[in-house]
Design a protein around this ligand. Sequence first.
Ligand SMILES: [Zn+2]
Length: 288
Amino acid sequence: MSENDKLECLRRLQDVLSRKFELENQVETIPQNLRHEEHILEHETAKLNELEEKFRTVNEEVKSLSIKYDDAFNTRTGYEKQMEFLNTQREYEAMSKQLDEAKVQESSLLRLRNSKIQETETVGKELEAQKVIVEEQTAKVSEEKGRIDSILDDVKRQIAETDAECEEIKSGNISEDLFEKFSNIVKKKKGVGIVPVYGQVCMGCDRVLPMQFVIDLRLKMQQNEIEYCPYCSRIIYYEQLDPEMEKNYIFEQLESSKSEGKGSAESAKSDSDSYDESMGMEDGFEDF
Ligand SMILES: [Zn+2]
């Protein structure tokens, strides 16, 4: 196949890969709402568990206070019965004092028990309300799950389609190694992995390449070899412009227009693309 066909394959791959990465991004973002709802469910379930524990504790306290109250009741009624059989004033006074203390104890336990009973009613109502909240949230989560499952299935099917398209485009033309590398470049360079060089300027990063590098690039293209921009690591190919246009992309021309203060293509260079000292050497670029 000719070099142009190979470059054309890469351009087509770039389109398909961009679509694929967008779909993969959707796979990440689509479940975000579900994760939010699941987080709420977790929180509400923890609250429900706390209330259940509290309800158990309060009920146990009611039981224990009821037993204590019954004891106090029996003590007080026991003293009252004994009062009927007392003979001396002294015994009567002593028993009266015990009876008074027993009455105080009994009514204090009664108050405590009643307020605990009230608390179980309050906690019981909170518990029932919380059960409803958790049920509703569980339904919401499973509904959201069902909703996104079908969407995700569809997106994943589309991703599989892009994979199949890539296979078809690269079969026989693009090696697995080049495809992997190119894939990473397209992903990292936001969909633009292959760019032309006009004159001496890379159209990916607007940097000026050395004249010798461009001459070598043109030779490599004739030999079916792939070259990368030493500044932005994109795959580059030389594209002939008509001589009048090309003049605007030649270093000397750029320098003179710069000294005239008119600016140049170079001034638009991207900050993220840094110059590599080993430019022009095999591994002189960001390795994908
Ligand atoms: Zn570049």
